[in-house]
Design a protein around this ligand. Structure first.
Ligand SMILES: NC(=O)c1ccc[n+]([C@@H]2O[C@H](COP(=O)([O-])OP(=O)(O)OC[C@H]3O[C@@H](n4cnc5c(N)ncnc54)[C@H](OP(=O)(O)O)[C@@H]3O)[C@@H](O)[C@H]2O)c1
Length: 321
């Protein structure tokens, strides 16, 4: 038996318990887990049956992490076979979802950057095809994904990055991550629309990375300048829905603004394997930062219920043993 974070009820918090150790099946490897990130996806798998993809309770939480294989190599891994998960002493993962982790990046950073860092790089480079000097707006810039996206946009050569978010304390720190301007979302719709227009600069936004959807997206889409002859294009990538699942898009918001709306580049395994080392190389040089808070496996139930604005909780099974 091993220790693990076990979910017994959808919508509840996992408990620190004993659970049988996994046995690798065809194409799988056994991983001794060093760090597992508490991402929004890891939470949604426990609340939303669409994200749960057939998982039935009880199951171990955690969809990705960093650990050591039986041959001693250190890898990041993604977990797909329920009832096993990353928040345990051991996990099983498909060998094709394991990627080497270089020595100069610690376990917690490597685990925390996998989801936000790689997805931001994938979205900006492959999805938006960001060009040097372009202007990027990040909606949800106060979250871990948004903070990563600001830095990745700058690393990829963005000329101006505008960061919009709700938590003003975190928003105030974003210049340190490379934001050229910030927009607090807690304004009335008219003021927020004006702030979006004002921060865009003369040529408008080239790329929008939207981790929020809901009201901020609605206000932005309604505020984009409309012309019969479109002079610029906005590549709008819908990446998350922390602020709401739906918006209502006026036909003219698509036809007369030059907006192309989509979800960006699909997360193809080959591309993610190619981008993860790039992300970690920048992390090793201190060019890509993620704020983390390591927690021990026995603390999982309390940690699960905590909000840590702008930071990522990362479960470390060795901690507190
Ligand atoms: N498609 C992809 O590849 C991809 C990759 C990574 C993340 N995501 C998605 O992006 C979203 C954010 O991820 P994350 O890692 O940044 O999560 P996180 O670190 O937990 O941050 C959550 C973010 O959502 C904001 N938020 C929550 N409710 C809000 C509301 N009602 N109005 C405005 N802002 C609100 C928070 O704002 P404050 O802290 O300012 O209150 C914070 O910026 C999630 O939906 C996640 O699944 C998608």
């Amino acid at each position: 038996m091993m220790h693990a974070a076990v979910l017994h009820e959808f919508g509840g918090a996992p408990r620190f318990e004993k659970f049988p150790e996994p046995e690798p099946g065809d194409g799988e490897v056994l991983v001794r887990v060093s760090a597992a990130s508490l991402t929004p996806l890891a939470r949604w798998v426990t609340t939303d049956r669409d994200f749960a993809r057939g998982r039935e309770v009880p199951f171990i939480c955690g969809t990705e992490g960093v650990g050591v294989l039986e041959d001693g190599s250190r890898v990041s891994f993604g977990v797909v076979r329920s009832p096993y998960g990353a928040m345990a002493e051991y996990a099983v993962a498909p060998a094709k979802l394991c990627t080497p982790v270089p020595e100069d990046v610690d376990d917690v950073t490597a685990a925390a950057l996998m989801n936000p860092g790689v997805s931001a790089w994938n979205a900006l480079s492959w999805g938006a095809k960001l060009e040097k000097g372009e202007t990027v707006l990040v909606l949800g810039a106060t979250g871990v994904a948004g903070k990563s996206a600001i830095q990745v946009a700058k690393l990829l050569g963005a000329g101006r990055v505008v960061a919009a978010g709700r938590n003003e304390q975190v928003l105030d720190t974003l210049a340190g991550f490379g934001a050229d301007a910030t927009i607090p979302l807690g304004q009335c719709d008219a003021d927020l629309a004006e702030a979006f227009r004002g921060a865009a600069g003369e040529n408008g936004y080239d790329v929008v990375l939207d981790y929020l959807w809901g009201r901020p997206a609605q206000v932005l889409l309604d505020a984009l300048p409309r012309n019969f002859l479109v002079t610029s294009e906005v590549r709008y990538l819908q990446l998350g829905h922390s602020a709401g699942e739906r918006v209502s898009v006026h036909a003219n918001a698509l036809r007369r603004t030059g907006v192309t709306l989509g979800a960006g580049a699909p997360p193809r395994i080959e591309r993610l394997r190619e981008l993860y080392p790039v992300v970690l190389a920048h992390a090793a040089r201190g060019e890509l930062r993620v704020d983390v808070e390591p927690v021990g496996l026995p603390e999982i139930e309390q940690a699960w219920r905590r909000e840590v604005p702008g930071r990522r909780l990362v479960v470390v099974p060795e901690k507190g043993r």
